[in-house]
Ligand binder design. Structure first.
Ligand SMILES: [Zn+2]
Length: 458
């Protein structure tokens, strides 16, 4: 039995707040005991452990959960800025994804995982490229993040591009192999998802096969939908249906599905997403940078749709910083909906419980309470940019001002304030540095592989 005791921190967690439910926060100056990877009940008597982490003066929160990233795109950071998603895909990202070899893909995944962990994200739902996804799953296993990883599945070639479409048989053989080797490994920390790339990249037959396999193997479904207005209209012209209606007809629109973006859903589509219990991942930075639009997230939450947060890939963000993403999500909707929209507590709930629900992990991560996995992020609150930190009672087990702590986190904190991160009870970041690998070696190798990747581009 291995035990970790985190002492003296200000512990902040939601107790409710996914699926549009009102947010309830719990905050206390208390210790956290971790036994064999899970949060345990605190003994009232003397508290000891194999390892003691002094979190005095720190904010202790559930690790952030991101419901839409692409680890394979981390190496493409800054490769194509200032264009819309259609041009970005055609001219830069699809050619670059096709130019990946196993070395560049490994470097991309390691860089992405290192950035996610050191900026406080402990869980990610990630869509990879069509080939060699085992390299990414291996990196997830070694570096210690919790992730649900799926190769991008597409049997329709995007018009005007050279992106290779696979046959349904090829796509499903690939994913079947990954499920057999990786799904549920590392104590459940590593999982495989079915990720048809987008509503417009898969035939109804591919979609229906994915739904059948997701039911058979109990897997998550992850796709892009309603990101760009022109793409959504093109689908309507081709299939005679908008994204959410098409997903519903294919049987995909249900609690297993996370839709990245969901910006242009019309009222009928919103009602469908709500009634079928699908999840939306809000990616505000990527949506602004590609000029895609602003998802009406306050309306989605008011309708009872579960909304999670994601940075999307580093090729369109250009960062995987979940702390910065919370700040933008809190600010972005206020000009249209008023300053009361998207308060810090609501955004914190989206970034923790909302993400956990979108990944089907609501009973595993997203909150700090006994029985759940010990996926924990500790942030320093002593930087000038968060000072003066709210005055809080210092005595052990005192109740704290949760709203003030959420405000410090969402509006003032930075990813560089992240000090210690645990995933499944393992310390993966200590004093802001990755523990599971040499982060300097990771960034050096990323530069080498980026140069080789761009040299392979047509
Ligand atoms: Zn994406």
């Amino acid at each position: 039995v291995s035990t970790v005791l985190i002492t003296g921190g200000s512990v902040l967690t939601c107790t409710t707040g996914s699926h549009g439910a009102p947010v309830a926060l719990w905050a206390r100056r208390t210790d956290l005991l971790v036994v064999d990877g899970r949060i345990a009940e605190l003994p009232t008597a003397e508290r000891t452990a194999d390892e003691v982490i002094d979190a005095t003066g720190m904010l202790v929160i559930p690790g952030l959960v991101q419901a839409h990233v692409h680890l394979c795109q981390t190496l493409m950071r800054g490769l194509a800025d200032d264009c819309d998603v259609v041009e970005w895909l055609r001219t830069a990202i699809w050619p670059a994804e096709q130019a990946h070899d196993e070395h560049s893909l490994r470097a991309s995944a390691e860089l992405g995982i290192a950035e996610l962990l050191t900026s406080g994200t402990t869980t990610a739902l990630t869509m990879e490229t069509a080939l060699s996804t085992e390299v990414v799953l291996d990196a997830v296993d070694r570096l210690g993040i919790r992730a649900i990883v799926g190769p991008a599945l597409m049997d329709l070639q995007e018009p005007g591009t050279q992106m290779v479409a696979q046959s349904i048989a090829q796509a499903l053989a690939t994913v079947t192999d990954l499920v057999k080797h990786f799904h549920g490994t590392a104590g459940g920390r590593v999982q495989v998802a079915l990720s048809p790339r987008g509503t417009y990249n898969g035939t109804p037959e591919l979609w229906r096969e994915c739904v059948r396999l997701a039911d058979e193997w109990d897997l998550r479904l992850h796709t892009h939908a309603s990101e760009n207005a022109a793409q959504a209209e093109r689908l309507e012209r081709t299939f005679g249906q908008r994204d959410a209606q098409a997903l519903a007809e294919w049987g995909a629109l249900g609690p297993r599905l996370t839709i990245a973006h969901g910006i242009w859903l019309d009222p009928a589509e919103r009602a469908l997403v709500r009634s079928r219990g699908a999840h939306i991942c809000h990616c505000p930075t990527a949506n602004l940078k590609l000029g895609s639009g602003i998802a009406p997230v306050p309306d989605y939450l008011a309708a009872g749709i579960n909304v999670a947060l994601g940075t999307d890939g580093a090729a369109c963000n250009n960062s995987l910083d979940g702390v910065a993403e919370m700040r933008l999500a809190a600010l972005l909707h206020k000009p249209r909906y008023g300053p009361q929209a998207m308060p810090a507590e609501r955004v914190f709930a989206m970034a923790t419980m909302g993400g956990a629900a979108a990944l089907g992990l609501q009973d595993v991560v997203g909150r700090l309470e006994p029985g759940l996995a010990a996926d924990i992020t500790c942030l320093r609150l002593d930087g000038l940019h968060v000072s003066p930190a709210p005055v809080q009672p210092a005595r052990r087990d005192a109740e704290l001002d949760a709203a003030a702590l959420a405000s410090s986190l969402v509006y003032s904190a930075r990813a560089s304030d992240v000090d210690t991160v645990l995933v499944q009870g393992e310390v993966v970041v200590r004093a802001g540095q990755l523990v599971s690998a040499d982060q300097v070696a990771i960034s050096t190798e990323a530069a080498v592989q980026r140069a080789r990747l761009t040299a392979r581009l047509p």
